[in-house]
Ligand binder design. Sequence first.
Ligand SMILES: NC(=O)c1ccc[n+]([C@@H]2O[C@H](COP(=O)([O-])OP(=O)(O)OC[C@H]3O[C@@H](n4cnc5c(N)ncnc54)[C@H](O)[C@@H]3O)[C@@H](O)[C@H]2O)c1
Length: 252
Amino acid sequence: MNFIIHGSAGRMGQNLITAAEKSGHTVAAGIDIFYKDHPATAAFPTFPEIADCTVTADCIIDFSNHMTTVPLLSWAMDHHIPVMLATTGQTEEEKAFIETAAKTIPVFRASNMSLGIATLVSLVKTAVCMFPDADIEIVEKHHNQKLDIPSGTALTLAEAVKSVRAEAEFVIGRHENGKRRKEEVGIHSLRLGGVVGEHEVIITTGNETITLKHEAHSRAVFADGAVLAAAYLAECEKPGIYTMDDLVATCK
Ligand SMILES: NC(=O)c1ccc[n+]([C@@H]2O[C@H](COP(=O)([O-])OP(=O)(O)OC[C@H]3O[C@@H](n4cnc5c(N)ncnc54)[C@H](O)[C@@H]3O)[C@@H](O)[C@H]2O)c1
């Protein structure tokens, strides 16, 4: 397969180049506004913006900035290329555009490309079902350059809780005085040095506590998952939104 890497000069973009080549795939082109500063991308054509790209590919892998989501998907629709969208932090309008694009092309969407996180999501649902009255708190830690708060993965974990506890109400960064309400689920974001990504869901009845935690040791885990998902997506013929659940189903 060959891929266009959107955000190729970024932290994830650089890991993706390695992951794609390690898996026997080819990088057809890189897109990045800082492309000239990164000699590692010299092995393939690079363009500053998607609108400048003259190359086609089996799939686009996007790890860039949410502000590029609309122009990227528009270009992909015009060229009939599936998009593996790993960038997080989209606005409500950008999320609505993803839904629109998915009517024309296959779009894979995952706030976290790690198979470990997919497993964590499943374990969280089981534990929340088991303890319907327990207090739940979600804690995420990332490096101090991360733009979005809370992380996309913390929101995915919140959705997992909500899917089995409809009354859950999420409080991002609790800061007011007063007792914690029963239906409240806190989401807490810590920004520390170079932390790659840690997510913890704490579930306690008062008598016992379950702590479910995932720790990414290196960005390679996201890059490997993204390449796997892109190769899967490139073979999906039907337009639509594809997720980690679809990918995990192929691994079973
Ligand atoms: N889904 C996942 O598993 C996962 C994992 C890690 C990071 N992310 C997300 O991926 C995104 C990128 O993360 P990163 O750590 O690599 O960030 P980064 O800042 O290191 O890299 C982003 C790159 O995108 C480029 N870029 C920005 N706007 C552009 C545009 N208009 N056209 C072309 N290139 C543009 C930047 O120049 C930069 O090189 C973030 O949204 C992050 O939250 C997702």
